[in-house]
Design a protein. Sequence first.
Length: 458
Amino acid sequence: MPFKTIIEPFRIKSVEPIHMSTPEERKKYMTAAHFNPFLLRSQQVIIDLLTDSGTSAMSSEQWAGILRGDESYAGAQSWERFESEVKDLTGYPYILPTHQGRAAERILYGYLGGKEKVFISNTHFDTTRANIEFSGAEAFDIPCHEAHNHESDFPFKGNIDLIRLEELLKKFGTEKIGAVILTVTNNTGGGQPVSMANAESVAAICKKYNVLYIIDCCRIAENAYFIHHRETGFETKSYREIAQQMFSLADGCIMSAKKDALVNIGGFLALKNEQLAAACTNLLIITEGFSTYGGLSGRDMEAIAIGLREGFDADYLNYRIKSTAYLGEHIRAKGIPVLYPIGGHAVYVDAGLLYPHIPAHHYPGQALVCELYKIGGVRAVEIGSVMFGKYDEAGKLIPAPMELVRLAIPRRVYTQSHIDYVIEVFDEIARTRSSARGLRIIKEPKFLRHFTAHFETL
């Protein structure tokens, strides 16, 4: 008989201590960090939900692979295993290893970008947008209409708006399009999945207009889970087979292996086109390293090769998706506004709805991440007008479309009791919501300001 309790499909061999800080200590820590959780020290955090990137716990098999790492400068055995695994998964012939996903973004989008160039996506994430805009190009986000209704149960809110995609391609013309990028799952859009039907339609449109089609695939295993369980015709296909079918539609992919490949560092760029791959390989050698290691050690490539298999394991993915939903469903039941359905890697709280008394230019999302830390030592990240807001020519803030806070769940790290603690912290968040205060930015860089900006409370 099926059981209601979803247990972690692993046993714990090693533990890392957590310092159980007091509220008084946390107030001091947050003030010293200028009200920016990125500037906290890890030992000051009780539950760290800042990101699911590079925070996974590796398996015993991956640690064994670490010991097998071949650190030869060129043509290492570890490279051969890494290359073989990536080729088998993606079907692309040209594999470029990088130290993480944003390095692959910089190489590809830096090469394709430049002034007057345009990139189109269901939603660009922060580093993707930054690399595109740093090149002088412009990034357009066109999520599907259903993505804006937080309460609906539409199963694929990560989809791109196909009508708007074709309109933009007609408007700008083939020569101005750097690439169409489909992010699966759609991180900024709430960790929501993309359907195979949508991915196929994007492929057809890109072929019609002769533009490059790239998949940002760092969470493609989680996306495959949702397709298997929500999209008709995929019930008998394995998660890996679903991912392989989606890769077959595109011209290439970028992966931060720090997500679904279950490692702490690493990524790759994989391409179909030989000429484009050659140009990117030149940039890889200049900025990352030789073509058979890029920005990675042999041991890292071993761990990624193994993780690309483990990340598609059925028991693991069932635990992964359902444990994330466990957190989202429980805080939603307490009246906390969240993006629904719950995504694969994170729960997204709508801080704008939670704190209606805090306007966008006083950053309700940043207020919530500060409250989560001060109340319970929980570190999360703002995905709203701090991360994505811009200024007009007069210096006035143009707010982000949504004021979100992401609770990203590290893979194979926390148990149910840790998550139950986070749920309990939200009891206090709900009770004290009317007393939360906004913030102002007092120091910021030009790009990716959320990482290092300083704030003060109002």
